[in-house]
Design a binder for this molecule. Structure first.
Ligand code: HEM
Length: 414
């Protein structure tokens, strides 16, 4: 991308004038065999942004992520994401309409406020012992077997930990797990058939949340849901909104953590020297190893936003009404931030304090502390309990440029 220069006011300093969207490189169909990372790297080499045939501007830089979520210039993309898929009703549509994830400004604050403190670092760190216990239980039960790791190990851990935060009865966990992963499929762009199926599971998930909340109303306990009910008392939230925030927490924490652990552990196993290093010092390396698993092949592809004002980002003039995608695939391999970004290294020490995979601004992930605690403890347990673990085949490559990405089957012998 070439940028014309125009003099700025006074001082004689020349500042490049912003590039118009029509002059950005245009995404073309990718050649056979290219991964999402190959695709983003190719376009990043042409400039800091590119545009697709729908006019959506993708930004590749780490710092652009923060500017892209600046509420002076942009807002979260909400129900439009459903409408773009031709959906105007159904349980997934209602979820988009009522969840904090897709709300803005005062509505977003009203929905997020009652949840915010429940997921704070000290509370989530207190769960580390339980996470390690659940993970040991899972790994010991499967020792010596070849498993579909995403379904049988990491998916189970993520679901069990959310079930534990919500105080679910043990007997409900298998049904709960199936409903959660079914409903999760409604959160990314999918075919009509998949969305129809996700509608059924989403309706059941929200109904399940309603039953749990009714139970805590009748029988308060010292737990997350009872506290949540106390916080929403008198708040400006409908019954449907209250249930939907519980469903959002469940959905936000399930597939993301499931995929990050499966894909990250597979990357480690495919590098024997790094696997040996983790086994030699699990406590010393678990934090940087988890951060690298989250970076290398991120489970969320991009953060969508809509411009509400004319503004400039990455040297591009963005008119109001433009849809943008701040690419996490791009941000997490920005050479201005990460040395040799294409190299997977569990000892990497250049992770920014605010890991971009959890987004930025008002919607930054509420479950970050829980997700990190789960990944770190799970990796340490794997290093201790499954030292002979082996990856069967090549490491999985996650698929998708936006939303929650897809994890192919990940076969591991424990
Ligand atoms: C690997 C793990 C995870 C990743 C990569 C991740 C990533 C993200 C990202 C990128 C966002 C912001 C989306 C946006 O701005 O449009 C987000 C929001 C959110 N996440 Fe996570 N997440 C993870 C785990 C979790 C967990 C464990 C929970 C809950 C227990 C959770 C709950 C949420 C919620 C409720 C929001 C909405 C926040 C809001 O809109 O204010 N996430 N997450």
């Amino acid at each position: 991308m070439t940028q014309a220069t125009a003099p700025t006011s006074g001082e004689g300093v020349e500042r490049p004038s912003p590039v118009a969207i029509r002059d950005l490189p245009r995404f073309e169909k990718r050649p056979e065999g290219w991964s999402d990372h190959d695709f983003i790297a190719h376009w990043r080499a042409q400039g800091p942004a590119a545009v697709d045939r729908f006019g959506i501007v993708t930004l590749f830089g780490h710092d652009d992520l923060w500017r892209a979520v600046d509420p002076r210039f942009t807002r979260q993309v909400g129900i439009e994401a459903m409408q773009m898929q031709g959906r105007t009703e159904g349980a997934v549509y209602d979820f988009f309409d009522r969840s904090l994830l897709f709300a803005n400004d005062a509505r977003h604050r009203a929905r997020r406020g009652p949840l915010a403190r429940a997921f704070a670092h000290p509370l989530m760190n207190a769960l580390r012992g339980e996470i390690a216990g659940q993970m040991r239980d899972l790994v010991r039960g499967l020792k010596g077997r070849e498993v579909d790791f995403g379904a049988e190990v990491s998916g189970q851990l993520a679901a069990r930990m959310i079930a534990s935060v919500l105080g679910l009865p043990e007997a409900d966990i298998p049904h709960f797990t199936q409903v959660v992963y079914g409903a999760s499929r409604g959160l990314s762009f999918r075919s009509k058939e998949v969305l129809d199926e996700a509608d059924v599971d989403m309706a059941e998930l929200v109904a399940y949340a309603a039953r749990l909340l009714d139970d805590r109303c009748a029988r308060p306990r010292e737990d997350f849901l009872t506290e949540f009910l106390a916080k929403v008392e008198g708040a400006d939230l409908s019954e449907d909104e209250i249930r939907t925030q519980v469903a959002t927490v469940v959905l936000g924490g399930a597939d993301t953590t499931r995929m990050a652990l499966a894909s990250g552990f597979a990357q480690i196993l495919s590098r024997p020297a790094q696997w040996a290093a983790l086994k030699a010092d699990p406590e010393g390396l678990k934090v940087s190893a988890a951060a690298e698993c989250l970076r290398f092949d991120p489970v969320v592809g991009s953060i969508p936003r809509l411009a509400i004002e004319d503004f400039e980002i990455a040297g591009v003039a963005i008119p109001r009404g433009t849809y943008m995608a701040a690419s996490l695939l791009g941000a997490l391999r920005d050479p201005a931030v990460y040395a040799r970004p294409e190299v997977f290294d569990i000892a990497r020490d250049d992770h920014p304090k605010l890991h971009p995979v959890f987004g930025a601004g008002a919607h930054r992930c509420l479950g970050e502390a829980l997700a990190r605690a789960e990944l770190e403890e799970a990796l340490a347990v794997l290093a201790q309990e499954a030292p002979d673990a082996e990856l069967v085949g090549a490491p999985p490559v996650l698929r998708g440029l936006g939303g929650t990405r897809g994890l192919p089957e990940t076969r591991i012998r424990l």
